[in-house]
Design a protein around this ligand. Structure first.
Ligand code: 13P
Ligand code: SF4
Length: 311
């Protein structure tokens, strides 16, 4: 209880009273994940947002995720616990520079990672997530010229896997770039039976050490289906909560970050801005709310619909 209020009980009560659905990403703190109606990766969350029958969508993730839910659901109120919960990847692609880049290459198909603003999606042909990016790129004709933005690490990984060349935007996730491959290999020596698994936002030297590379949902599925007993997990440490619930008998070790990183494991400070108190406040006051102008929304939605068709 906080100030005499049981936050969990109040959130459950307000959700019912307001006909709200509570969606959360795997990187949220355990208390939020455990209280949410649905926890998923960015693809599953956007698919869920497209089918919910609620008046309010409370989105505990980062801003671009709530914004995507709003683009899909203009008639619904979409709220998020902290408006400042951004994303280093989305920030790496400011719309004016992105527009210039796209306009300088008019013969290219523009594929943009969902970790981007609505304005950037408005200049995008197809939105992708880490779950469907490979499949979507592979579905295009071999000679198609492609711009891939904003994550250069995911872009390089797709180029390696598909053997295609793509024009990459120079963006990266600060959380996934913090993994230190030398320390990772040291740790692996201590746990020689552990399999390294990694999110494709990580840099290539880290990805090369991995037995499996996949989105948060992919990593979670992998530890459930694979028969190994130990894993070193190179993605944001929030995923370990669902993994530990799914495979309580297995050993899950967060991959180490470089020495000067303050966290022993990798944490996204944007994702971790959300707290139960902020979830409660946002549901109670229905604030902060995400708004997307109808002009931008109509330009952006085509790229998301294209993603749903190709997923
Ligand atoms: P997922 O698409 O795997 O959920 O990843 C989203 C994200 O922000 C990773 O850093
Ligand atoms: Fe963005 Fe990286 Fe945080 Fe994911 S982990 S929300 S890509 S900053």
């Amino acid at each position: 209880p906080t100030n005499g209020i049981d936050l969990k009980e109040e959130i459950i009560r307000l959700k019912k009273e307001k006909n709200a659905v509570f969606l959360a990403h795997y990187y949220q703190i355990p208390e939020i994940q455990d209280l949410a109606d649905f926890v998923g990766d960015s693809l599953a969350l956007s698919q869920k947002a497209a089918e919910v029958d609620a008046d309010i969508i409370l989105f505990a993730g980062v801003h671009f995720m709530a914004e995507t839910a709003k683009i899909i659901n203009p008639e619904k109120k979409v709220i998020l616990p902290d408006f400042k919960a951004g994303c280093s990847l989305a920030e790496s692609a400011p719309v004016e520079k992105f527009r210039e880049f796209v306009e300088a290459h008019p013969d290219h198909t523009v594929i943009t990672y969902i970790n981007s603003s609505a304005e950037v999606k408005a200049y995008t042909d197809i939105t992708v997530t880490s779950t469907n990016a490979l499949k979507i790129v592979n579905s295009l004709p071999k000679d198609e010229k492609i711009i891939f933005a904003p994550d250069k690490n995911l872009g390089k990984y797709i180029m390696k896997e598909t053997g295609r060349d793509m024009l990459l935007w120079d963006g990266a996730c600060i959380v996934h770039e913090a993994f230190a491959v030398d320390r990772l290999l040291e740790l692996h020596k201590k746990y020689p039976n552990a399999k390294i698994i990694a999110h494709p936002e990580s840099e290539m030297p880290v990805l090369k050490t991995a037995s499996y590379v996949g989105s948060t949902a992919g990593l979670l599925k992998y530890v459930q289906e694979d028969d190994n007993e130990e894993y070193i997990v190179a993605t944001e440490a929030g995923i370990l909560h669902k993994m530990a619930q799914a495979v309580p008998h297995k050993t899950l070790i967060p991959a180490p970050t470089n020495e000067d990183n303050t966290c022993a494991c990798s944490e996204c400070h944007f994702m971790k801005m959300n707290t139960l108190q902020k979830v409660y406040n946002c549901l109670k006051y229905e604030y902060p709310e995400v708004h997307v102008s109808e002009d931008i929304r109509l330009k952006a939605i085509g790229s998301i619909q294209r993603m749903f068709e190709l997923s």
